[in-house]
Design a protein around this ligand. Sequence first.
Ligand SMILES: C[S@@+](CC[C@H](N)C(=O)[O-])C[C@H]1O[C@@H](n2cnc3c(N)ncnc32)[C@H](O)[C@@H]1O
Length: 258
Amino acid sequence: MSGDYEQFIYKIKIKSGIDLALYKEAQMKRRLTSLYEKKGYNSFEEYFSTINRDQELFNEFLDRITINVSEFYRNNKRWEVLEKNILPKILQRTKRPKLWSAACSSGEEPYTLAMIMSNFMPLTDVRILATDIDENILARAKLGIYPERSLQEAPEDMKKKFFTKDGSFYKVSEEVKRAVSFKKHNLLSDPYGGPYDLIVCRNVLIYFTEEAKDLIYHKFSQCLNPGGILFVGSTEQIFNAGQYGFEAEDTFFYKKCL
Ligand SMILES: C[S@@+](CC[C@H](N)C(=O)[O-])C[C@H]1O[C@@H](n2cnc3c(N)ncnc32)[C@H](O)[C@@H]1O
């Protein structure tokens, strides 16, 4: 690791508590170098002294490190598996499952979960905790207004039921919004709470080092009820699930052993 980047990581950790050393280095360094070069800076040192003084530039930095792309019903075949095979089993064990969407970005994922839960129980009984490290994105999630492309995988009946169209944007219904509580949370440093019956954590672990992933899988396992499920992204298979006390329940679904 170059000394310049190493120093930058150290200062960012002191300033914000965010540990960039736990994100894959080559990828993160490339993203940040291209950002500061575009702005006319020549080193991480120079870049840090600017973002340290200017909140707006610091927010831009945060925006760069958190890759916020999301969609309703992302990889919708997986959500079908959740609805048909996974949730019925969870609901056999508990009528009020505790649900967590971790690294929820702009809210498409927890809102999708709420819509699916509405097929099993009244939405007024559904409670989903949705967390992300990025406060700006959480503010957008709470707004619940999305461009059409965010809904391209959403089933037509769900679109009709839970969205109102406003120009070229779609607004999520208030009853869906009320089922979800958004909170700031860093998967790498904050306590996990629980116990949960389902954790959805998709398309974020790919950015972390093996060491960080290992820590997170352990923590997920510890905060799930026995029989609880971890639902990961479609490129995030856990190859050594047993070492965390998980067994594969279906592709991309891991059950905490009883
Ligand atoms: C690509 S989005 C995934 C959104 C959603 N889970 C999905 O699959 O569509 C990754 C999210 O992870 C969040 N993130 C990055 N590092 C994080 C951390 N240490 N703790 C919590 N969230 C983090 C980012 O802010 C971003 O919103």
